[in-house]
Design a binder for this molecule. Structure first.
Ligand SMILES: [Zn+2]
Ligand SMILES: [Zn+2]
Length: 137
């Protein structure tokens, strides 16, 4: 346990140095600093998206699109508009990551942007409409 204090101190020093370093960078080159911050913010956003879809489903429930860059969270209960008034996208993602799977699948599913958009506007995605049409014939 003799070393624990010094390890802690070293850790504190590192944190302090990093903070000083960041402050210096911010002062010396505010634009580069802002760009760096933005890049790291975007990286964490992308990471969160990856975690959300790994949990919710990695492909569109409607058309099977599996490129994560196209994927969105669909509110199955059609309360998406209401939900967006009370929480941001980021908050929604964080909440989904905290939810248990049953609760999550009751409320949300993975849809690609196209299917989500079409479903939002026309109530049913054209992919599904075609399916239903074939069934009815
Ligand atoms: Zn789709
Ligand atoms: Zn679709």
């Amino acid at each position: 346990m003799q070393n624990s204090k010094s390890v802690e101190d070293q850790c504190l020093m590192k944190t302090k140095k990093l903070a000083e370093h960041n402050a210096r960078q911010k002062q010396q080159n505010p634009e580069a600093y802002a760009a760096k911050r933005k890049a790291s913010y975007l990286r964490s956003k992308i990471k969160r998206r990856e975690a959300v879809f790994a949990k919710l489903g990695l492909q569109c429930e409607c058309c099977g699109e599996s490129d994560i860059r196209f994927l969105t969270v669909e509110h199955k209960l059609n309360d998406g508009a209401e939900d967006r008034k009370i929480r941001s996208h980021e908050k929604l993602y964080r909440d989904i990551l905290k939810m248990n799977e049953i609760e999550m699948h009751e409320q949300f599913e993975t849809l690609c942007m196209l299917c989500n958009f079409a479903k939002g506007l026309y109530k049913i995605c054209p992919h599904r409409e075609a399916e239903n049409g074939e069934e009815n014939q």
